[in-house]
Design a protein around this ligand. Structure first.
Ligand code: AHR
Length: 504
């Protein structure tokens, strides 16, 4: 029996909506086919963007989209992706399958997609193979409202008004595919490049994202922070608004990759342990950031996270296409609850990736589209976006299972409040055992449950397929008793639950 205690009088930080962000790279079938089919396609589209996918993403609640990469960002030259499509330069996508990239999806198309989605824009610049001039001209092209060579070029290409760039990443994984740099070298490059991200619209400043660490690389975080804070007025916050962190859930480490759909109890718990491990990473990288930035002015941007399994049999290994089961849903539920709990530092996060790549919320096959179990987790958690985190804690529960001799907790949670409505999201990580749960609100008042929804398959391996698209979906949950300031319920094994509660 587990008890969840909620102190509804203790509001903590605001959960930034951008924690529920997504990532779309020129990789496999994410952009082409998944999001963009072109105006002449038979697949219903608006200005080339798939209508079914855009509608589904709007319904899910997508606050932010990152583009064009990933590793692709550090070999992307933005001028190749503007102007008349027939004249756009073709290139080889050396990172992902060696396929020809025809640049038909470029800056204007990305901005159009975000306009249709109604989401914020996060553009990732090229440090690895680009130049300061190229990056600064891109900023000028996108955001300058007056007359300049780049803004005139944008107008000539059909967009009179400037675009809005909310976030700009200065390189991607510059410790690896973005140039194999040392932290000191990158940090000095970062200082130089970010100088030329001019704020042409000071009322809507572009937030600069500095490339942070991979997983447990605490040296990178320390050395980048140290170099960026050296000989700087502290009011400058190390020249950065956010520092990134990339972490993938890899149950067995990088090798061997494990199947996305076939797993036993051992692999279930290894995967969920690996997902839960991000909590430790946030705490330890956060502690290093605290040394330089105790007031937490610099946000943590976990702009790549999610499961990375073996590709679906018969698909191009460079396309990273994998299926998505209830195990992925639990990984999403665990991660999002952790991000909520750390919203004082974590200000942005992007699951990798949006469509047809790694832990996607949507999969497509020709004109068909399915929503994955992960999609439904994002949809259930969307009420946390922009809400205030409430103090909450668990007691009395047992661990669910063991992975690598480490215990996986049975239940994880987070609680927030917005407009007087409390949103509670819970995961039962046990593959086999339900859990009796009592929720106690500390106010001696009466509460009613406005809405209760559950995501659960008949089997933890359940997934949606093109033949059976609705096998896993959200259902109304009735197995609870609300009485005064207590709610009692049975949380089914391998499930994600959302409750919305209000005082009356
Ligand atoms: O998401 C796939 C790849 O993983 C990204 O391109 C890169 O940044 C990371 O290594």
């Amino acid at each position: 029996m587990t008890q969840l205690t909620i102190n509804e009088t203790k509001e903590l930080d605001t959960i930034s909506p951008e924690i529920y962000g997504h990532f779309s790279e020129h990789l496999g079938r994410c952009i082409y086919e998944g999001l963009y089919v072109g105006e002449d396609s038979d697949i219903p589209n608006v200005n080339g963007m798939r209508k079914d996918v855009v509608d589904a993403l709007k319904e899910m609640g997508i606050p932010l989209l990152r583009w064009p990469g990933g590793c692709f960002a550090d070999e992307y030259h933005w001028k190749d992706g503007i102007g008349d499509k027939k004249d756009r330069k073709k290139m080889i996508n050396t990172n992902w399958g060696g396929v020809v990239e025809d640049n038909s999806f470029g800056t204007h198309e990305f901005m159009e997609l975000c306009r249709q989605l109604g989401c914020k824009t996060y553009i990732n610049g090229n440090v690895g193979s680009g130049s300061v001039q190229e990056m600064s001209e891109w900023i000028e092209y996108m955001t300058l409202d007056g007359s300049s060579p780049m803004s005139e070029l944008r107008k000539k290409n059909g967009h009179e008004a400037p675009f809005k760039v909310d976030y700009f990443g200065v390189g991607n994984e510059n410790w690896g595919c973005g140039g194999n740099m040392t932290p000191e070298y990158y940090a000095n490059e970062y200082r130089r490049y970010q100088t030329f991200i001019r704020q042409y619209d000071p009322k809507n400043p572009i937030k600069r994202i500095c490339c942070g660490a991979n997983s447990e690389d605490y040296y990178w975080t320390n050395d980048v922070m140290e170099t960026c804070y050296k000989h700087v007025d502290p009011a400058n916050h190390g020249f950065m608004d956010l520092l990134s962190l990339h972490y993938y859930t890899l149950p067995e480490g990088w090798l061997p990759k494990v199947s996305a759909t076939e797993f036993d109890e051992d692999l279930w718990y290894k995967t969920l342990w690996a997902a839960h491990h991000i909590e430790e990473l946030i705490r330890r990288h956060g502690a290093i950031m605290d040394k330089y930035d105790p007031e937490k002015k610099v946000g943590m941007s976990i702009d790549e996270w999610g499961t990375w399994f073996e590709v679906e049999e018969g698909t191009n290994p460079g396309f990273l296409y994998q299926q998505n089961t209830m195990r992925d849903a639990l990984v999403a539920g665990i991660s999002l609850n952790i991000f909520n709990k750390h919203c004082d530092r974590v200000k942005l996060a992007c699951i990798a990736q949006l469509v047809n790549v790694l832990q996607s919320v949507i999969l497509t096959e020709g004109e068909k589209m399915i929503k994955t179990p992960t999609y439904y987790v994002f949809k259930m958690f969307k009420h946390h976006q922009g809400a205030r985190l409430l103090e909450s804690s668990l007691s009395g529960g047992k661990d669910a299972g063991t992975a690598k001799e480490r215990m996986v907790p049975k239940v994880t949670e987070s609680v927030s409040v917005k407009d007087g409505v409390i949103t509670i999201t819970l995961n039962n990580l046990s593959m086999t055992d339900d859990e009796d749960l009592t929720i106690k609100l500390t106010n001696e008042k009466s509460y009613e449950v406005l809405e209760a929804n559950i995501l659960k398959g008949a089997d933890p391996k359940d997934k949606n397929t093109f033949g059976e698209p609705d096998k896993v979906g959200v259902k109304e949950f009735n197995d609870y008793k609300a009485d005064g300031n207590r709610i009692e319920l049975k949380l089914p094994c391998a499930s994600v639950l959302e409750l919305r509660v209000k005082q009356f």
